[in-house]
Design a protein. Sequence first.
Length: 209
Amino acid sequence: MSAAPTARRQPTQERAKARVERILAAASELIAETGSDTVRMTEVAARAGIPIGSLYQYFPDKAAILRLLAMRFMERVREGLHVGLQGIDSGDEALARIDSILENYYATFLNEPVVRDVWSGTQSDKALQALDIEDSRENGQLVFNALKPLVRKRDHARFEAACFLLMQLSGAAVRLAIAVERKEGDRLIAEYRRMMRSELRTFLGGDGA
């Protein structure tokens, strides 16, 4: 994953790493309570129990904190994707696993307001937008590598492109779903899941059950 500007000072010692974790935990608590728009750096420092000057040593502004929280979430999603794609040996199983992974991804946004708020709050961040594309590329590569033994070799180039595109579209679909009323959002995700299964089925076969 490519680096995006987040912190002024990268912690190397355990004490410094622990301080950064306190900052992130404090920011997450405050975002959960009031939303990221109203959180102030002074509040983060107070909640973390550190001087404001120390906070600025690690994070130049609130946007940098939000970026790092978003990057942590991306890493968490990638790990879940890696685990969820292990040991697939049929097209039907692949379709079911991918469908379940998307369902869980959507559920995370619904159930964790901090994730939802942080992601919404960073959509105007150009550095994070670039990172989001790279994240989709890497996630797409994970899917491609896991499933390409089930795909005809002559279709590998198309399948690799499709995996990249589907990972990017999955993020866009979920962000749209959480931006509208829950009932409509659920319908949008259900429809997107059908679209994704249909596309993958052209490469993998199976009945998509």
